[in-house]
Ligand binder design. Structure first.
Ligand code: 5RP
Length: 222
């Protein structure tokens, strides 16, 4: 199977999971990226079961709305039973690097509210130790040079994502050269740097369940 076919398969599996596990009439958290798009497309035919969705990016909001799915402001939602999103890397503890699409901050906020985080990924995303995929960090523009210097002290080489502005009006630095042996510790440490909005490590709040697309079908991993 191609990577696109695996993404479609996990998107469909996630839509089935949501149909079986989300209370009828609930609001679903929806992530960002090509795998999350497959989930949105698979969710749409069952849209009548759900009251609507909270989107982790403007791109996802538009895609949901193009399918006729109502999109709610997170501030108006008291309970989010499930959040479904992709990942750039995921390890055996279901810690993730996210933010390849630059939506990491809103993704982290929606994930923080959700009771359960379902990660959807194809098998190319599974790693032993995270860090080969450059770690995205959302930064307030005036703090760019300071954050680059502070990340260098941690052994990271920061590259500005050229021509990219987040939905929050900030920049993204992609950090190479980090061997992430302590994901929780590094997540907290980078977030302490003045000017960092958040970084793409999802270890303090990892996924609860992984639907993994493989050549042998979609595997459910806790
Ligand atoms: C966007 C993300 C995505 O979940 C991540 O980049 C994976 O994307 P894709 O499903 O396209 O491989 O974190 O900010």
């Amino acid at each position: 199977m191609t990577q696109d076919e695996l993404k479609r398969a996990v998107g469909q599996a996630a839509a089935r999971y949501v149909a079986e596990n989300a209370p009828e009439g609930s609001i679903i958290g929806v992530g960002t990226g090509s795998t999350a798009n497959c989930f949105v497309d698979a969710l749409a035919p069952n849209g009548y079961r759900y009251k609507g969705a909270v989107a982790s990016s403007e791109a996802t909001r538009k895609r949901l709305e193009s399918h006729g799915i109502a999109v709610f402001d997170l501030n108006d939602v008291a309970d989010l039973p499930l959040y479904v999103d992709g990942a750039d890397e995921i390890d055996a503890g279901l810690n993730m690097i996210k933010g390849g699409g630059g939506a990491l901050t809103r993704e982290k906020i929606v994930a923080a509210v959700a009771r359960k985080f379902i990660c959807i990924a194809d098998s190319s995303k599974v790693v032993g130790i995270m860090g080969r995929f450059p770690l995205p960090v959302e930064v307030i523009p005036m703090a760019r040079a300071h954050v680059v210097r502070e990340l260098a002290k941690l052994g990271g080489i920061a590259l500005l994502r050229e021509g990219f502005v987040t939905d929050n009006g900030n920049i993204i630095l992609d950090i190479k050269g980090l061997a992430i042996v302590d994901p929780k510790g590094l997540e907290a440490q980078i977030n302490q740097i003045a000017g960092v909005v958040t970084n793409g490590l999802f270890a303090i709040r990892p996924a609860d369940l992984l639907l993994l697309g493989t050549g042998e079908g979609v595997k459910t991993i806790f």
